[in-house]
Design a protein around this ligand. Structure first.
Ligand code: UDP
Ligand code: MG
Length: 214
């Protein structure tokens, strides 16, 4: 019998100690529903957390898990890049650890990839609760980006996305060190598809103020 393809799950972690145990339980549960078809590797990138995230990750004790530990906080973009560089799967799915990216959508990302999309992008439905300032900030941010860049970035698209092997390889060949992962993936092209989701409030911790958040 042919070996099952591997899918890599890439999770950037910055001070998520309180979320890690439940996040991993939920992830393992979702993945178990797909294990007839796929093998998994789970790559956590501890982006210089100053809480007990590293300890919580060590406790998980699951043979599928790899943990990359940064020496300090380099930011989510660097964490995602390191994760994609480490990924050995036929596809890699990036997901936040604070439950703002609904885990139950993972099978739908995979279904769209199976149907031929090489990039499957999670689009956040408008979050009325995000507040006027954040929404205005995002609006301005995307207006500026659209004006200065040749890439058509869709407002509210997020890093909750799946990329196929060819996209991972192309991404890994790019040399930019200051990068916005999702913009670069968009710039690469490839066949895309989209999934819409509602982002709940972050679970535990505090999101940094960040116009480009996704
Ligand atoms: N994160 C990270 N490095 C950072 C900030 C955040 O790896 O410097 C991780 C964080 O743990 C989470 C994801 O990136 O899994 C998204 O971060 P956050 O929830 O703070 O951002 P937002 O939801 O506002 O986009
Ligand atoms: Mg968040």
């Amino acid at each position: 019998m042919r070996e099952k393809p591997i899918i890599s799950i890439v999770i950037p972690i910055y001070n998520e100690a309180e979320n890690i145990p439940r996040f991993f339980r939920s992830l393992a549960q979702v993945l178990s529903g797909l294990e007839e078809k796929y093998e998994w590797e789970i790559i956590f990138i501890d982006d210089g957390s100053c809480d007990s995230s590293a300890e919580e990750l060590r406790k998980l004790n699951d043979g599928r898990i790899q943990v990359l530990e940064f020496s300090r906080n380099f930011g989510k973009e660097a964490a995602l890049s390191a994760g994609l560089n480490q990924a050995r799967g036929e596809a890699a799915l990036m997901i936040d650890a604070d439950f703002q990216h609904p885990l139950e959508l993972i099978p739908e990302f995979i279904a769209k990839w199976e149907a031929g999309a090489e990039v499957v992008i999670g689009i956040r439905k408008r979050n009325k609760k995000a507040g006027l300032i954040k929404n205005a900030g995002s609006f301005i941010f995307y207006r500026i980006i659209r004006r200065i860049s040749t890439v058509d970035i869709i407002p509210n698209e997020t890093d909750f996305r799946l990329v196929g092997r060819e996209v991972i390889d192309a991404f890994n060949r790019l040399g930019e060190s200051k990068r916005m992962t999702r913009a670069l993936i968009d710039w690469l092209g490839f066949r895309r598809d989209y999934l819409y989701f509602e982002a709940p409030e972050r679970t535990n911790g505090r999101a940094g103020y960040n116009f480009s958040s996704g």
